[in-house]
Design a protein. Structure first.
Length: 356
């Protein structure tokens, strides 16, 4: 299907590598072939910009310089170091896979593509990145940057989030891969998407592919890449309860959901936004405090926390009690709260109100 296009772009990799030599950023994971460091960087950079992920990468390799160090760490320690990056399943999977490598590979990172692909949290993109960057194996990476570059230059109109689309992009990327230098080739196309062929305001006038780019020459840059699915964003209305006795508050650990493994305050959730009076008079509130003598000290302004699949509207209620018991929660002193991994939403509240 792409035979004619391939003939036009016979020098695709050569042009791309020339651009990369002149424009690449100096990043620490590009100066190593250590598969553990590369794996760590790739997991951190999933759903995260380089500027945001770099400090976390440096913190992680300092705290856990080897797979064994990560494997033997406590989950709370791993999640606390990850705090603020979001998508916490990445950290949980990272920790799980480090233990797996320690147990089944004696702490030595696997060097075979299919073995790397078996690691929890590692998909075809991450496996290809580690395989090519660390071991020089000829597997093409296909991430969001690569999809954007290929879709625009070649005019690929198949939705990338379909089975057929994923197959087409993988085949095209693999065909264009410089088999003699897969590491540099993969780095180059990802960097090109991150810096040149950006999602918004791409630098088309200085693009080395401008004369043959389908999207540019048909004035359809904003149409690519094509996506078929639009994720429905769920709205949630939460009232977090900072139940306080002297200098301690009740805190519990989540066992499920996107924030599994993190600590949080108990909360009351409603299906729609309610006034403070309506919250206090709701059945949920009455049942929660029915056995307690409590006094509401303050209620925060509303915090809006946006996630990929949900938008949270949250208020934090500071409630003083003399005594309180709640299953799976316990009192934690204010001075110790900083040691517990929490969501970015809760961390933001605690810092803004000088609680930690």
């Amino acid at each position: 299907m792409y035979n004619v296009i391939f003939q036009i772009f016979m020098s695709f990799s050569e042009i791309l590598l020339q651009w990369y030599t002149l424009n690449k950023r100096e990043l620490p994971w590009r100066n190593t072939k250590n598969p553990y460091f590369i794996w760590l960087s790739e997991i951190i950079l999933q759903q995260t910009r380089v500027e945001q992920g770099l400090p976390y990468y440096l913190k992680f390799i300092k705290a856990f310089p080897t797979v064994t160090d990560l494997a033997t760490a406590k989950q709370d320690q791993v999640l606390k170091l990850w705090q603020g990056l979001g998508y916490y399943s990445r950290a949980r999977n990272l920790h799980f896979s480090a233990k797996y490598i320690e147990q089944y590979y004696n702490g030595i990172f696997p060097s075979i593509y299919n073995d790397i692909l078996k690691l929890k949290g590692v998909g075809t993109y991450t496996a290809a990145a580690i395989s090519s960057f660390s071991f020089g194996l000829s597997y093409a990476v296909v991430d969001g940057n690569v999809i954007r570059v290929l879709s625009r230059i070649f005019g690929v109109d198949t939705p990338f989030d379909t089975t057929l689309g994923k197959k087409k992009y993988q085949e095209l990327a693999q065909h264009l891969l410089d088999k003699k230098n897969p590491s540099e080739n993969n780095q180059a196309i990802m960097e090109f998407g991150a810096m040149q062929c950006t999602p918004k305001l791409p630098k088309c006038t200085s693009c080395p592919f401008i004369s043959d780019c389908v999207a540019y020459n048909t004035n359809r840059i904003e149409k690519f890449p094509v996506k078929s699915k639009k994720m429905k964003v769920k709205k949630r209305f939460l009232n977090y309860l900072l139940i306080r006795s002297e200098n301690a508050v009740i805190l519990g650990k989540r066992n499920e959901g996107i924030w599994a493994g993190l600590y949080e305050f108990p909360f009351i959730e409603h299906s729609s936004k309610k006034s403070e009076e309506a919250v206090i008079s709701s059945d949920e509130w009455v049942n929660f405090f029915k056995k307690s003598d409590y006094k509401i000290k303050s209620v925060s302004d509303e915090f809006i926390h946006k996630l990929s699949h949900q938008q949270i509207y949250a208020k934090f209620w500071i409630v003083n009690v003399k005594a309180f018991e709640l299953e799976k929660y316990s009192f934690v002193r204010n001075s110790e709260l900083k040691n517990y991994p929490v969501s970015r939403l809760i961390d933001k509240f605690l810092k803004e109100h000088n609680i930690i």
